[in-house]
Ligand binder design. Structure first.
Ligand code: SF4
Length: 280
């Protein structure tokens, strides 16, 4: 049996408000082995980024991790050094990998190319303020790829990219990070479909998981179905609030199939291919 690169169990991540507390993430657990890819998908506020931050050690310590984590943030521009040229920022990381001076420029150009910046010579001598948001994101990806990462966590890495660049990046991600287990945090089903497995989150809770091919082809949970229904090609269906009241199910207020038993404990179901938490 392969040893996981990451074994994660969130427990509860709680935000302290003035007079109350709010659970942001509840008992999400998964593991990732070498070469595997996992998408965490859900709407804004579903707990995806909070999960990533807790893996990075910025939140409570319920994580068993090996070294070599690389994190691609949502807004690459914020993480670039404004006073250094693109090629110098790439070179700094390549040097740490032991790549000699004369080979660094070639390696930097290759990383930019795989990140979708073509021709790379047009970007090497630029400062971050001379880049568009999408270009800065791609430079951040290229810098992240100058590593021997065992685990890549990419938080909405395709934000700001046009569809063609996005597809190219998703196809090249395994070339940029050949040895890494990859975790993609996204609200974008087309990005999540590129991963072998998917974990669907809603309101900080686990909703459905399985191979992405099966989960997106035959979703079992009403929330996963709603995510699919919100795609442009499926009519961008909204899920308005339909009822008041609370339930252990985070989709209860918007679910068209809700019934009385949804107010009790929600069972975990499986058909051998995927798992989901719902009374249906
Ligand atoms: S548990 Fe009930 S409310 Fe929640 S998704 Fe399933 S049917 Fe809908």
């Amino acid at each position: 049996m392969n040893v996981p690169i990451l074994s994660y169990s969130s427990g509860q991540i709680i935000a302290q408000r003035r007079k109350s507390t709010k659970a942001l993430v509840n008992d999400i657990s998964f593991s990732l082995e070498e070469g595997e890819s996992l998408a965490l998908i859900g709407e804004t506020g579903s707990g995806k980024t909070m999960t990533a931050l807790s893996i990075m050690g910025l939140l409570p310590q319920n994580v068993v991790q090996k070294n070599g984590i690389v994190y691609i943030p949502q807004n690459g521009m914020d993480y670039l050094n404004p006073s250094r040229k693109v090629k110098d920022q790439l070179s700094d990381n390549l040097e740490k990998l032991g790549i000699s001076g004369k080979n660094r420029e070639t390696a930097a150009a290759e990383k930019l190319c795989l990140s979708g910046l073509n021709p790379p010579e047009n970007f090497m001598d630029k400062y971050p303020f001379q880049l568009s948001g999408g270009e800065a994101q791609r430079v951040t990806i290229a810098i992240s790829a100058c590593s021997n990462a065992k685990l890549l966590i990419a938080d909405e890495p395709t934000n700001g990219l046009d569809p063609e660049t996005k597809n190219r990046f998703l196809q090249h991600i395994h070339l940029l990070f050949p040895k890494a287990a990859r975790m993609l945090i996204t609200h974008d089903i087309t990005a999540a479909e590129m991963c072998s497995r998917v974990l669907v989150l809603c309101g900080g809770k686990f909703i459905e998981s399985g191979s992405s091919a099966i989960v997106f082809d035959r979703p079992k949970h009403p929330y996963t179905k709603a995510l699919k229904g919100a795609l442009v090609e499926n009519g961008m269906h909204q899920t308005p609030v339909l009822r008041e009241g609370s339930s252990d199910c985070p989709f209860y207020n918007r679910c068209q199939y809700a019934e009385q038993k949804c107010r009790a404990e929600i069972p975990l179901k499986t058909d051998g291919n995927s798992q989901w938490r719902c009374v249906l």
